[in-house]
Ligand binder design. Structure first.
Ligand SMILES: NC(=O)c1ccc[n+]([C@@H]2O[C@H](COP(=O)([O-])OP(=O)(O)OC[C@H]3O[C@@H](n4cnc5c(N)ncnc54)[C@H](O)[C@@H]3O)[C@@H](O)[C@H]2O)c1
Length: 470
């Protein structure tokens, strides 16, 4: 376990060392460090979703006691029964941790008092007007404040705009008796988990930490090092908050660029954007491939740009670049809807009669996460266009809700099922799909992911590929 320091902490004089820290803080830090080295510290994790539960399991697997908190009693009860609900978590491991009393979950927030370290892993959605909604962070912080014990270390992991930790969380935690860096500690350490990623997981993905004081940074780094191979410390929470938004906005902007190029290739004709990207990728430096698609989804890349744009406005700064990227990405489901209606017009059916099958509705390959999935938006748009016969198949998603109506996934697809549809649309390229079978037996396939790139030549003519310039 290694730690890399990029800078010293704001507020700490140059040449700061821990001897300069407040004596009360030094004593409390010593107590926490003793527990860290003996692995007797108790970790509290607030929010047991895609981020919180894998984090809890990671600590538990190293023999460290974890108490999870969630407002959703169904989740806490499931954990206490040993039932897993997160795809990336190994169900046997979770069950064993519960049996060994290393993992316990509760909706009783008074038990926060019994934890040494508290991670906040709650959602950070946007409002209907696409403004940051940090109510879950504030409610988790309120619960911590109500039960806080001196010496506790609070680590915010939820993605959020710069100055949330110091400007919103800190004022709720401090009072006459409680001062950060003196008798409690606070840091921001963003999550980088990539659900479904087989290569990078919590343990082998470096993590960034920025504490309110240097001692806060160091303690948060030392706790993270219990489970993460490389910890990178930065000067303050705002740098860490900005670094997380930068990572996600980097993806949003680059995906928007190739989404725009896909549309341009279709307009120009004769240029396949996927081939152009493959060609550009042969450059061994200064280029990194991104791929077009039906739009972006999930809880991060779609939302996070709006967090920064909103924060920028308060400083009279307009983030044109970031906003334009969001606009291009959010236009993609509309573009795919138009591709579908164009293909329906080519068939001997009316839109009322046309039978449409979407393959994959999760927001990305091989996950069950539906949040802000572009496939849902495509279905909503088709529904609004009075195209009533829409089905979908997704082995990860048993049912979806569209305009208040539940649609169940087909149980399976086979040649007979596929032949019953006028248009098939590959919206999510799950690796379990048999693309040769899909192309061979479909009337026409709209491929928004280049998933049919290797289908036999004879079936290629049936594939309408996003951005292929035809
Ligand atoms: N999902 C990802 O891949 C990912 C990756 C990196 C960062 N993040 C960020 O991590 C944060 C959490 O995301 P997630 O995907 O785990 O969300 P999630 O919706 O899967 O889980 C959040 C959990 O918090 C619970 N919760 C809400 N308010 C609470 C409160 N006041 N007290 C206790 N529990 C509460 C919810 O019931 C839910 O179980 C977000 O800020 C997100 O942007 C997510």
């Amino acid at each position: 376990m290694a730690s890399q320091q990029l800078h010293g902490s704001r507020g700490d004089a140059p040449g700061y060392n821990e001897r300069n820290a407040h004596p009360e803080a030094t004593a409390l830090a010593t107590q926490l460090r003793e527990k860290i080295s003996a692995r007797t510290l108790k970790i509290g994790i607030i929010g047991l979703g895609y981020v919180g539960l894998p984090l809890a399991v990671e600590f538990g697997q190293r023999g460290i006691q974890v108490l999870g908190f969630d407002v959703d009693a169904a989740k806490t009860q499931a954990i206490n029964r040993g039932d897993n609900y997160i795809q990336d978590v190994d169900s046997d491991v979770l069950r064993q941790l519960v049996r060994d009393n290393l993992l316990d979950a509760t909706d009783d927030f008074s038990r926060l008092a019994g934890c040494d370290v508290l991670y906040i892993c709650v959602p950070t959605p946007f409002t209907p007007n696409k403004e940051p909604d940090i109510q879950y962070i504030m409610s988790a912080t309120g619960n911590i404040a109500a039960h806080m014990q001196l010496g506790q270390l609070v680590i915010l992991k939820s993605t959020t705009f710069p100055n949330t930790t110091e400007g919103h969380v800190l004022p709720q935690l401090e009072n006459e008796q409680r001062k950060v860096g003196r008798n409690f500690f606070l840091a921001f350490s963003p999550e980088r988990i990539d659900p479904g990623n087989q290569r990078f997981n919590t343990g082998n993905t470096p993590v960034v930490v920025g504490g309110v004081t240097q001692l806060c940074t160091k303690l948060a780094a030392e706790v993270n090092e219990l489970i993460i191979a490389e910890v990178v410390t930065v000067s303050n929470p705002k740098v860490a908050e900005m670094s997380k938004l930068l990572e996600n906005i980097f993806r949003s902007v680059n995906i928007a660029l190739v989404n725009e190029l896909a549309q341009l290739c279709d307009r120009m004709g004769g240029i396949n954007v996927w081939e152009a990207i493959e060609a550009a990728s042969t450059k061994p430096f200064g280029f990194m491939p991104f791929f077009p698609g039906p739009g972006i989804g999930g809880h991060c890349i779609l939302i996070d740009p709006y967090y920064l744009s909103w924060a920028a406005r308060k400083d009279d700064f307009v983030t044109n670049f970031i906003t334009l990227a969001a606009e291009v990405n959010e236009s993609m489901p509309f573009y795919v809807r138009d591709m579908i209606t164009r293909e329906i017009a080519r068939q001997p059916v009316t839109t009322i009669e046309a039978r449409i099958l979407l393959l994959g509705v999760a927001f990305k390959r091989d996950v069950d996460d539906l949040r802000h999935s572009p496939a849902l938006k495509v279905i909503e748009l088709l529904d609004e266009d009075d195209i009533p016969n829409i089905n979908y198949f997704d082995p990860y998603v048993p049912s979806i809700r569209i305009h208040g109506r539940t649609i169940d996934s087909l149980p399976a697809i086979d040649p007979d099922v596929l032949k019953g549809y006028d248009v098939c649309v590959i919206t999510t390229d799950h690796s379990s799909f048999d693309y040769d079978m899909i192309a061979a037996n479909s009337n026409v396939v709209i491929d928004t992911r280049n998933a049919c790139r290797n289908v036999p030549e004879a079936d290629r003519a049936k594939v309408v590929l996003l951005g292929d310039g035809k």
